[in-house]
Write a protein that binds this ligand. Structure first.
Ligand code: DGJ
Length: 729
């Protein structure tokens, strides 16, 4: 049993293979947080909270208690509001009488088999007997506002999930101005924050910094999880490395704006609060209504690698769903960087023909096939074929591509509209825009009001017709701008603070309907590259286009940064042209292939213009990828170098039974007088002997891990090398 209630001490203890989490209900009914970290068994961890005189100037004492009691220093599971805990709060409320207070006390708890689901929101799932659920109910007696804290405990996976259901069990409306998914008071320590910042074409750059005595916020106010920050943070011991040290992961399964806050308080204790972005948020709860926060996926591990492994496994098996998430993925050819908007049937067929000859499995027709879409000024919203570019319609092209033995996929950007579109001319009020103000354009487009059910139903109609009428095996779902002018013409003034979250609920509703009705279709997420790369989207789309930067050297950082939280099977990665269209850099085809192969693999360049030598290299790459795909997507991933430092990057993948491994190395900047490189491998069986295909050497796992491997000197522009290891008996 992973959840145990100790009636005597009023303790609730959650246990996983390597971690323990504990809370207690104190004599006042406050739900105190006692521990999260390495396992501490059934030990009552409340001994850590000792009494001390706290009643000096400025510090509040609640409940007319002794000088040694204050909520302001007490570790708690989910805070009250406005009653003297001045640290980060879990909720903010405005009651019907205008007061801003909520004081939560324990009411009851319940332990259930299995994993909870969350109405209207993505949530991780249990594959049968993997999880237990704890629900602790807290209530504010004055207003009846009730919080049901949900905990999902995945014992074998070292994962604990959390979300809060906030119900108005009172008689008057309550307005929520903040509703966090997580409040976590960490043990005393010397903590660093790792977060993943970026911009368009430069997503998820890892950055690590000490948590100072201040509030540090990582978040997005852009209506999407964003290129600029990712809803995944790591709090780790200042000394923690890839291999050792206390590491906490906090990942929000949400695709809209978010906020992760960390406060190191006056008593040197760090509180983490994570949830939807509250900058423009307010949500009116009428009596009887509930609000559900998105889910936070927590993990604790010894070392960053072990933490990544927990998330990789969990996202692959317990977040991504459907027919494709554990299946081999098709190798794609996407026409975007080959032709951009300048597409027609002949060009597409020529590209597909070349791709089929090289062994590529699926053709993807990107932006430009619909409406009056000749550039990015027009057409979004009109999901009907452009007969000027494709005079014989979609089916003619699809049939020809299918005739080559390839599947067909197509690009859409459903949540957007151009002013120059039939949809906008018919429904200008379906775009988000504040009354009497000129809306802000991004890439010449406006954002549809996904909080409006009519809009969602309309899009469902268009997309389901597209999928029903044509033989489409794959959808690339794009989203190319940040959201502002957040105003819905379908909601009253006092509900406008709900629009951002209702937008995300509308998106999830649409994705849910389509992925349920078309289970055979593989959906790939995208947002101007990787601007919506999060566990919420991964619930519907098991792979997401990682970045619009396809330069292999830049990709090493983007893929490496993403790997802290997300598995390679989720990362759409393509070989593109040289010189690269984003950076102008020329890298060898071998290097481009090796980098893109650590992902959901594909090509995105004009194959018809390639020299025969590149085509031959591609043929070999595809054969190799098919041989290695199971290892790459299902193996354990090790970062052998820090992707932000040094002149080379190396990473390794080891099969679950340790019988196979793939080690990848890329030289990222040329060195004068280069010396041989020595790298220690990881994750191998120390007692096994490994044959290294490329050097035809047999070396023991212990030697490769403790002594290392010496690479030959590699000259030239950005050379790369793959080593295939297999156990030799
Ligand atoms: C942004 C995507 O990331 C690209 O791959 C491409 O699909 C363009 N949008 C099309 O407009």
């Amino acid at each position: 049993m992973s959840i145990v209630y100790d009636r005597q001490e009023n303790l609730l203890t959650l246990t996983t293979e390597n971690t323990g989490y504990q809370m207690c209900i104190d004599e006042l009914g406050i739900l105190r947080h006692l521990h999260y970290g390495s396992r501490t068994g059934a030990q009552d961890m409340s001994y850590q909270i000792i009494d001390f005189d706290y009643a000096f100037s400025g510090n509040p004492i609640q409940y007319r208690r002794e000088r040694n009691f204050s909520l302001d220093i007490l570790p708690q599971e989910y805070t009250s509001f406005g009653v003297g805990d001045f640290r980060l709060n879990s909720v903010a409320v405005i009651n019907a009488d205008g007061s801003r207070a909520a004081q939560f006390h324990y009411v009851s708890h319940e332990i259930r088999k299995g994993k909870y689901a969350i109405p209207e929101l993505p949530a991780s799932y249990d594959n049968g007997d993997e999880a237990e659920t704890l629900i602790v109910t807290l209530r504010d007696e004055v207003t009846g506002l009730t919080v049901k804290l949900h905990y999902g405990v995945f014992e074998k996976l070292d994962i604990i999930t959390r979300y809060a259901e906030i119900c108005n069990d009172g008689k008057a409306p309550v307005t929520l101005e903040k509703a966090a998914s997580l409040c976590l008071d960490l043990p005393h320590g010397n903590w660093d924050l790792m977060h993943f910042w970026g911009k368009h074409a430069m997503e998820r750059q890892p950055e690590r910094q000490p948590i100072g005595h201040c509030i540090t916020t990582v978040g997005s106010t852009r209506g999407t999880s964003s290129h600029q920050q990712n809803p995944f943070i790591i709090v780790c011991d200042h000394e923690a490395t890839e291999d050792h040290g206390d590491c906490y992961g906090m990942m929000l399964a949400y695709s809209g704006g978010f906020k992760a806050e960390l406060e190191n308080s006056q008593i040197n204790s760090v509180r983490a609060v994570m949830g939807i972005d509250d900058t423009y948020f307010s949500w009116k709860l009428e009596p009887g209504q509930s609000f559900h926060t998105p889910e936070v996926i927590l993990s604790f591990a010894d070392g960053l690698t072990a933490l990544s492994h927990n998330y990789h496994h969990f996202i692959r098996h317990n977040v991504c769903r459907g027919k494709h998430h554990l299946e081999k993925r098709p190798v794609l050819i996407n026409n975007w960087e080959a032709t951009y908007f300048d597409l027609n049937e002949d060009k597409m067929y020529a590209l597909a023909k070349e791709a089929a000859a090289l062994g590529i499995d699926q053709f993807v027709l990107d932006d430009g096939w619909f409406g009056a879409r000749y550039d990015d000024n027009a057409g979004l919203g009109d999901w009907f074929v452009n007969y000027d570019k494709l005079p014989n319609g979609l089916d003619s092209l699809i049939e020809k591509i299918n005739g080559l033995g390839m599947k067909f996929g197509i690009w859409v950007e459903p949540e957007m509209v151009n002013e120059d579109s039939d949809l906008y001319r018919a429904h200008p009020d379906w775009a988000l825009s504040a009354p009497d103000r000129t809306p802000t354009f991004g890439r010449n487009q406006l954002v549809l009001d996904m909080s409006n059910k009519d809009v969602v139903d309309y899009l469902y109609g268009c997309l389901s017709t597209l999928l029903k009428e044509h033989n489409i095996a794959y959808i690339k779902w794009d989203f190319n701008r940040s959201v502002c002018d957040v105003y819905s013409h379908a909601l009253p003034a006092d509900r406008q603070g709900e629009v951002s979250h209702r937008f995300v609920l509308g998106l999830y509703n649409l994705l849910d309907r389509l992925t349920t009705e078309f289970p055979d279709v593989l959906f790939e997420g995208c947002s101007g590259g990787g601007g919506r790369f999060d566990a919420g989207m991964l619930y519907y789309t098991p792979q997401i286009w990682l970045s619009d930067d396809t330069d292999a050297i830049e990709r090493l950082i983007i893929q490496g940064g993403t790997s802290y939280g997300y598995p390679v099977s989720t990362m759409g990665a393509h070989v593109s042209a040289a010189p690269n269209h984003q950076t102008g850099r020329t890298t060898p085809i071998n290097t481009r292939g090796i980098v893109a192969m650590s992902g959901a693999f594909g090509y995105e360049l004009d194959l018809t213009k390639l020299p025969e030598s590149d085509k031959e290299a591609i043929r070999i790459q595809i054969q190799r990828y098919h041989q290695d795909e199971v290892l790459i997507h299902q193996g354990s991933y090790y970062r052998l170098t820090d992707v932000t430092k040094g002149y080379y990057t190396a990473w390794q993948i080891v099969s679950e039974d340790k019988s196979k491994s793939l080690v990848n190395l890329v030289i990222t900047s040329p060195q004068p007088n280069p010396e041989p490189l020595h790298i220690r491998f990881k994750g191998l069986d120390p007692n096994a002997n490994y044959h290294i295909e490329e050097s035809d050497k047999v070396i023991s796992g212990a030697a490769l891990m403790n002594g290392g491997y010496t690479y030959p000197v590699m000259h030239g522009d950005y050379p790369a090398m793959q080593l295939h290891l297999s156990v030799r008996s």
